[in-house]
Unconditional design. Sequence first.
Length: 290
Amino acid sequence: MKNNNARKDTPNPRPFAKKAAPGSKPYVKPWLKDREPRREREIPDDVCWGRQPVLDIVKTAPGRCTKIIIANNVRPPFLDELTDAARAGKIVYQMTAPEALDSLCGGAHHQGVACRITEVKLLELEPFLKETQKDAPDKPALIVVLDHIEDPQNLGAIVRSAEAAGAAAVVSSRRRSALPGGTVVKTSAGAAMRVPMISVVNIARSVEQLKEANFWTVGLENGSDVSLWDDKMPPRTALVIGSEGEGLSRLVSETCDQLLRIPIQGAAGSLNASAAAALGMFEWRRKQVS
């Protein structure tokens, strides 16, 4: 009996095509040989993107926003809210094709909105401390000191928490640290343009300066015997946070007045730097109001 389901042989569509010899390299068209692989474009430091981050900057710090770029497929009510805020803040805005924003934001999920911002103003520690001491030398204050936080996402999250906890300033190193550019401004929801950002050369020396200015310096360190929950944090506290991988450097930990640990359950062993910073900051706030 004839099998109707038998596979029929089909002619080779390229009967004269040469097969690659075993072990040979695959054929590459001559005009593609020197082409470089496609790379994602880096996002400029003065660009912030995303609907809520851009809207926050336009509403709370319009003087730091130089231009808003809006994709022409963005619709009301968000479009009306943003353009009304731009007019109120006297900020220029431009409608453009979504592809132009894709290029500007390096492929990031921009939600159809981006803006150009001025450089985040970096302050010096000594003049800042003199000014605060002159105004209210005994007023409760929290200063967050970052011992070489290199991830801009972490820096942005810490600055956002610092504003929410009422911190007076954030201190970071000029070397081996993330700079407060567009990614930090976006992650902090614009807080990096409102919270005083202080740039220093030497973190250990800055901790000494804070001690001289009547701040009790507290470092978060997993190896400490004293729990953050059990200790009373003074009204004027400088909270020192270590880097993502290494924690506090030896010299900085030795310079702090006190080291405290965050009690942790489970096998993780440690917290992300931004999570640890947020816990420390809000624990200070809780103890001031309790």
